[in-house]
Ligand binder design. Structure first.
Ligand SMILES: [Zn+2]
Length: 567
C-alpha cells in the first residue's frame, strides 16, 4: 500500500446494494446515497462532519491520542503496526474525530467515529477523545452529538477497552445531570460495546436509514442459536419497531433533524435562567368551585361525543395547536407503542414535551393504534420522555384520550400495573411544569398515568372516569345495557369533575362539539395550554412539586363541595 500518496478520487464506484456503476461525483452530490436503490454507503468521519455541520465551523479538539499498547498485543502483526496502517489509510489519528461546530447556527460538540479505522473500535484513546468532547460540551454548555460506527470495544487493548464503555458513559451522565442534550446518531454498523454504552444511553437516539445496531452481531447469534435470523434483523426499521431508537432518518434529512433537536434543546432553559414570564403571579392559581351545575345534556350523550371518531386526535393537535413537532419513539426496552405518541414541540413559540394517547379516525387507524390503549411499552415511552423533559427544563403537556390501558395478556406479562404505577410516581415528583388536557376519554389508570399534573384541563365534551360506564354497569347493574345509568351515576363529565376539583378548567368546544370544527378546537386547546403554562414557568421546581402534591392531597374534601354544588 502506498500509504502517504494523496488518494486519487476514483471516477466510478459500484453500489454495494444494487451493483450499479455510479459516477463518483454524482454519488457525492447525493451524499453517498445510491440514486438507484437508496443504499447509504459508509462515510468516513471527515465526510460525515462536512455533511452535518455549517460550512467552515468545525474546529477539531486540540487533544492528540496517546500511543498506547497496554497489553503488548500481537496477533499476526503487532498492534502498533495495525495502528500505523490505520493512520496512513485514513489520515486520522484515531477512530474518532472530535470537535466543535454549529449546525443551523446552534453550537454543539461532536464526536464522529470512523469505521475505516480498525473497524471504528473503541480503545483507550477513542474513549478518552470522546470524553474530552463531552467535557468540552459541558464547559461550553452545548449539546453533544455522537455519530457512531463501530464493531465494538478494541480487542487489542484487552479489558481496558471494555472500561471505556464506563468512561464515556460517565461523561454522558455528567451532561444529563447538567441538563444538556445528548444525541447519538447510529450509522452502519454500530455493535458491541459502543452499542451497549454511549450509542444508546443518550437522550435521543437517531438511526440513519439502513444502519444496523445491536450488541451481538448476526454471525455470533446465528452460531449460538443455530437458527436463521428474521429479515431486516437489527436494521434501523427493526430497531424503531422494537423501541430501540427515537427515529430513522435518511441521510439527506439528518442535518435538518439534528438542527431541529438542537433548536428545541437550546430554547429550553432551567427555570433559574428563564426570562421572567409576563403578567400573572408566580403561584399558580387554584381552582374555585363552579357555582352552578351546567346540567344540560345527558352524561351518556357526552360519553358518545367523547368517543366520536371525528374528534381531533393527539397528532391532529400536534399539527394545528403546536409547531415544529419532532416525534420521539420507543421505550428503549423492546417496544414502540403506537397508542402513545410524544416528542418535542412548541406552543406559542415555547418549547414543550408533548405526550398523548393516539386513537384515529378510521377503523384501520384505530386498530393500528390499539384504540389509544397504551401497552406497558407506551407507558415506559411516556416515562422516558417525561424524564427527558425534566432534564432539559422543558414543560410537559399531556393529551389524554384513552378508553383505558391495554387489557391484553401481553400487557400483563410485561408489567402493565407497575408501568402505570411508575408513571404516576414519576409525575408526582417531576421537577418541571406539567399540564394535562383530557381531550376525549379519560379512562381510569391508563389516563391517570398521563394526568398527574399541576393543571388538569378538560375539553367540554370529554369524560374522565374510574371505569367505563359499560364496565361499571356490568359489575354493579344486572348487565351492560345499564351503561347510560352508570354514566349518569359516575359523574364523569367536565362540569362534574370541575366541581370535584379534579379538573381546573373546562376548554369550550365549538357548537356541536369538537368533531364539527377540529381547527377551532385545536386553537382553543393551544390558547388554554399557553395561558395555563405561562404562570408555571417561573415557579421553582420544588414549589411546583409541593403544590402538585397538595393538589392531589385535597381530594378527601371533594365530596362536601360536590354536595354543596348539587344543592
Ligand atoms: Zn444502489
Amino acid at each position: 500500500m502506498t500509504a502517504t500518496a494523496p488518494r486519487e478520487e476514483q471516477l466510478w464506484s459500484r453500489c454495494a446494494g444494487c451493483a450499479t456503476l455510479l459516477y463518483r461525483k454524482r454519488l457525492r452530490r447525493n451524499l453517498d446515497v445510491c440514486p438507484e436503490c437508496g443504499v447509504h454507503a459508509r462515510l468516513g468521519a471527515p465526510d460525515r462532519v462536512r455533511q452535518l455541520v455549517d460550512p467552515g465551523t468545525f474546529r477539531p479538539l486540540p487533544h492528540r491520542p496517546a500511543d498506547v499498547d497496554p497489553i503488548d498485543f500481537v496477533d499476526v502483526v503487532p498492534y502498533p503496526h495495525r495502528l500505523t496502517a490505520a493512520r496512513a489509510g485514513t489520515g486520522l489519528a484515531e477512530a474518532v474525530l472530535c470537535g466543535t461546530a454549529t449546525l443551523g447556527g446552534h453550537p454543539a460538540a461532536l464526536a464522529v467515529m470512523d469505521f475505516r479505522f480498525l473497524g471504528g473500535s473503541l480503545g483507550c484513546a477513542v474513549g478518552e477523545l470522546i470524553t474530552c468532547a463531552a467535557e468540552r460540551a459541558l464547559d461550553d454548555r452545548v449539546p453533544l452529538i455522537l455519530v457512531t460506527a463501530s464493531g465494538g470495544a478494541r480487542m487489542q487493548e484487552g479489558v481496558l477497552s471494555l472500561m471505556q464503555m464506563a468512561t464515556v458513559s460517565q461523561a454522558v451522565a455528567a451532561l444529563r445531570e447538567a441538563g444538556l442534550l445528548t444525541v447519538s446518531v447510529l450509522t452502519d454498523p454500530t455493535y458491541g460495546g459502543v452499542a451497549a454504552s454511549f450509542a444508546t444511553n443518550t437522550d435521543v437516539v437517531v438511526a440513519e436509514s439502513g444502519a444496523r445496531m445491536g450488541f451481538a452481531g448476526p454471525r455470533v447469534i446465528r452460531q449460538v442459536t443455530g437458527r436463521a435470523l428474521p429479515d431486516g434483523f437489527q436494521t434501523a426499521d427493526f430497531l424503531l419497531r422494537h423501541g430501540q431508537v427515537d427515529m430513522v432518518v435518511p441521510r439527506r434529512a439528518l442535518r435538518g433533524r439534528l438542527v431541529a433537536l438542537l433548536a428545541a434543546a437550546r430554547a429550553a432553559r432551567p427555570p433559574a435562567t428563564r426570562p421572567p414570564a409576563p403578567r400573572r403571579p408566580a403561584e399558580p392559581p387554584t381552582s374555585d368551585p363552579v357555582p352552578t351545575a351546567t346540567g344540560d345534556g345527558d352524561p351518556w350523550a357526552t360519553v358518545r361525543l367523547a368517543r366520536h371518531p371525528g374528534r381531533p386526535t393527539t397528532l391532529d393537535y400536534l399539527e394545528s395547536a403546536f409547531d415544529g413537532f419532532v416525534e420521539l419513539h420507543g421505550d428503549r426496552l423492546g417496544g414502540d407503542c403506537p397508542a402513545v405518541v410524544g416528542g418535542l414541540a412548541r406552543v406559542d413559540g415555547r418549547p414543550v414535551m408533548v405526550i398523548g394517547h393516539q386513537k384515529g379516525h378510521t377503523t384501520a387507524e384505530l386498530v393500528a393504534r390499539n384504540f389509544g390503549m397504551a401497552s406497558p411499552a407506551g407507558h415506559r415511552k411516556a416515562l422516558r420522555l417525561m424524564r427527558l423533559a425534566a432534564r432539559l427544563g422543558l414543560p410537559v403537556v399531556t393529551l389524554v384520550d384513552t378508553p383505558g390501558a391495554d387489557p391484553g395478556v401481553g400487557a400483563e406479562e410485561q408489567g402493565q400495573a407497575a408501568a402505570i404505577a411508575e408513571n404516576i410516581l414519576a409525575l408526582t415528583v417531576l421537577p418541571t411544569p406539567v399540564i394535562a388536557v383530557v381531550t376525549g376519554e379519560g379512562g381510569s389508570g391508563g389516563a391517570l398515568a398521563l394526568a398527574v399534573a399541576d393543571r388538569v384541563l378538560m375539553l367540554e365534551h370529554a369524560v374522565y372516569s374510574v371505569i367505563s360506564p359499560e364496565g361499571c354497569a356490568a359489575i354493579l347493574w344486572p348487565d351492560r345495557s345499564a351503561a347510560p345509568q352508570a354514566a349518569r351515576a359516575l359523574r364523569l363529565t367536565a362540569p362534574d369533575l370541575r366541581r370535584l376539583g379534579v379538573v381546573d378548567e373546562i376548554v369550550p368546544e365549538p357548537a356541536g362539539a369538537a368533531h364539527v370544527d377540529p381547527e377551532a378546537t385545536a386553537r382553543a386547546l393551544g390558547d388554554v395550554v399557553r395561558d395555563n403554562l405561562l404562570p408555571l414557568l417561573d415557579v421553582p421546581a420544588a414549589t411546583l412539586v409541593r403544590l402538585r402534591r397538595q393538589r392531589f392531597r385535597r381530594f378527601g374534601a371533594a365530596r362536601a363541595s360536590l354536595r354543596a354544588g348539587a344543592r
